[in-house]
Design a protein around this ligand. Structure first.
Ligand code: CP
Length: 312
């Protein structure tokens, strides 16, 4: 594998899941694979899990991770072609990506969407510019439209906790006070479409995700109906896609409660706002597998890095 940009870079999700489970059993088995190799982690946005678990994954493979908060600490990067750089940007992506490529064997990038310029966000300007101008493999640590390390993590977690051969998995929208990206929901949807699960999405009418991603997946606007017989309820807020980036609904009735969840397992990528997205009684119960889910971030990242290193 050259790059890990989206869930579509996974050729066979079942074999990836099995390989990740093997890594989890013996995380240091490939400690020599990344010896003397450097992973550069570039963050244009905040992170706890991605930042730490991807470093942990690199260390488990013997790599040296180096981290930079680009937005806070680096020169402002210009992405436009032919721009007269007499504004706030001081360095062009052409030089920045080429220079970082000399220091790193793999570059991982986190860059969130604007949520006000749909065309720009869908072009994945930051991630794709690194891919274009870097001379080393690129890993997506959450971009404008996708979070494939999280999607792979979620697939591994569902496989580990499934009690039936074909579990029912529900992706539910929940309210939030801020306009949030679609990336996690998009990648989760794409991951579930590759798995042998009964997958449905539930969200208010004005919150359908990009139809090019949801495709033939069933979208139910009645949350209670969607939750019937669910084995896993994966909860996430996202802003409107159609009225791009807007908050059109904050109805607290969409919050996840213990009563609504029934016997299903609760999943969320974290961070999660308690008693806005989900009530305490869910997160503080055995129904929640968010901590186990977050643990799998390391092994998803480790698998991706391993596959790239093996291809080098
Ligand atoms: N789930 C996730 O990506 O967490 P962070 O934003 O903390 O990295």
């Amino acid at each position: 594998m050259d790059h890990y940009i989206s869930i579509n870079d996974i050729d066979n999700i079942n074999s990836w899941i099995e390989e990740a489970k093997e890594l989890k059993k013996n995380p240091l088995k490939y400690i020599e694979l990344g010896r003397n190799k450097t992973l550069g982690l570039l963050f244009f946005n905040s992170s706890l899990r991605t930042r730490l678990s991807t470093q942990k994954a690199a260390l488990n493979l013997g790599m040296n991770p180096i981290v930079m908060n680009v937005s806070g600490d680096a020169w402002g990067i210009e992405f436009g072609d032919g721009t007269v750089m007499n504004g706030n940007t001081a360095e062009h992506i052409k030089e920045a990506a080429a220079v970082v490529s000399q220091y790193c064997d793999i570059i991982a990038v986190r860059a969130f969407p604007t949520l006000n310029d749909k065309a720009k966000d869908e072009s994945e300007q930051v991630l794709m510019s690194f891919k274009k101008y870097a001379s080393v493999p690129i890993v997506n640590m959450e971009s404008a439209t996708g979070h494939p390390l999280q999607g792979l993590t979620d697939a591994i977690t569902i496989s580990e906790h499934a009690k039936t051969r074909k579990p029912k998995v529900v992706l539910s929208w929940a309210p939030h006070i801020k306009a949030l990206p679609h990336a996690v929901a998009n990648s989760f949807t794409q991951a579930m479409q590759k798995m042998d699960v009964e997958f449905v999405i539930t969200n208010p009418e004005c919150y359908n995700l990009n139809p090019e991603i949801t495709g033939k997946t069933s979208i139910i606007h009645n949350q209670e109906e969607a939750f019937k017989n669910a084995d896993f309820v994966y909860v996430k807020n996202w802003s409107s896609y159609e009225s791009y980036g807007q908050i059109l609904n904050t109805d607290p009735n969409w919050m996840i409660t213990k009563e609504k969840l029934g016997n299903a397992k609760f999943m969320h990528c974290l961070p999660v706002r308690r008693n806005v997205i989900v009530e305490d009684a869910v997160l503080d119960s055995d129904s929640s597998i968010v901590i186990q889910q977050a643990n799998n971030r390391t092994f998803a990242a480790q698998l991706v890095l391993k596959k790239i290193l093996e291809n080098a």
